[in-house]
Design a protein around this ligand. Structure first.
Ligand SMILES: CC(C)(COP(=O)(O)OP(=O)(O)OC[C@H]1O[C@@H](n2cnc3c(N)ncnc32)[C@H](O)[C@@H]1OP(=O)(O)O)[C@@H](O)C(=O)NCCC(=O)NCCS
Length: 163
C-alpha cells in the first residue's frame, strides 16, 4: 500500500499497538506495560505502519542486545488482518534491518511458534534461516529448538545475517 507510512513508534503509540495486537493470533501478545516499555525505551528500533486515517495498520517491536550490540532481535511483528498481503510486514522488516544494519548489527533473529505457518512462510520468503544449533526437533515439518521457552515450548528460531 503506497499510502501507508512506516515510521518510528512514538511513546503514545502503545495504546494503538495493543489494539492491533488483539488481531495477531497465533502470535502471543503482551500487556500494555510491555508495549509502553518498547515505545518509550526502544523506539529507535520499533516501527509502526501508519494508515492515511492516522490509525495503525501494523507494528514491529525490536531491540538490540545489550549483551552483544551486533545482535538485533524482533520481539513482535503484526499486520492488521484486513490489510495483509500488501507488503506491509515486509516493509516493517526491511526498515528494521536497514536501521540495525546502519548502526553496526550483524544479525537479526526472532522466534515463532511451529504452528504459526503464515509467519514461517513469511520469514522464509524474506530470507530468514532456521537455527539448527542446539537440541532440535521436527514439529509439523519445521525445525524447532526443543524446550526453547521452557518445558514443551518448542520454538522455531529464525535468523538472518546482515551484510
Ligand atoms: C506474518 C505477517 C506479519 C505478514 O505480514 P504481511 O504484511 O501480510 O506480509 P507481506 O505482504 O509483507 O508479505 C511479504 C512476503 O511474504 C509472503 N507471505 C506473507 N504471508 C504469507 C503466507 N501466509 N504464506 C506464504 N507467503 C506469505 C508474501 O507472499 C510476500 O512475498 P513477495 O514479497 O514475494 O510478494 C502477518 O501475516 C501477521 O501479522 N501475522 C500474525 C502475527 C504473526 O504471526 N507475527 C509473526 C510472529 S512474531
Amino acid at each position: 500500500m503506497e499510502d501507508v507510512i512506516i515510521r518510528n513508534a512514538l511513546e503514545e503509540d502503545f495504546v494503538n499497538i495493543s489494539e492491533v495486537a488483539e488481531e495477531c493470533q497465533p502470535m502471543e501478545t503482551e500487556r500494555n506495560s510491555i508495549y509502553h516499555l518498547f515505545t518509550k525505551f526502544f523506539r529507535n528500533t520499533c516501527f509502526v505502519a501508519e494508515l492515511p486515517s492516522g490509525g495503525l495498520g501494523g507494528f514491529l517491536l525490536g531491540f538490540i542486545s545489550q549483551e552483544n550490540p551486533e545482535d538485533a532481535y524482533i520481539h513482535l511483528l503484526c499486520v492488521d488482518p484486513k490489510i495483509r498481503g500488501k507488503s506491509i510486514g515486509k516493509k516493517l522488516i526491511e526498515t528494521f534491518i536497514e536501521k540495525t544494519d546502519s548502526i553496526g548489527c550483524k544479525k537479526v533473529s526472532l522466534i515463532t511458534k511451529p504452528i504459526n505457518w503464515n509467519s514461517i512462510s513469511f520469514y522464509k520468503k524474506l530470507g530468514f534461516i532456521e537455527e539448527t544449533n542446539g537440541e532440535t526437533m521436527n514439529v509439523l515439518g519445521t525445525t524447532a529448538i526443543k524446550n526453547y521457552n521452557g518445558p514443551g515450548e518448542h520454538m522455531v528460531v529464525f535468523y538472518k545475517n546482515l551484510d
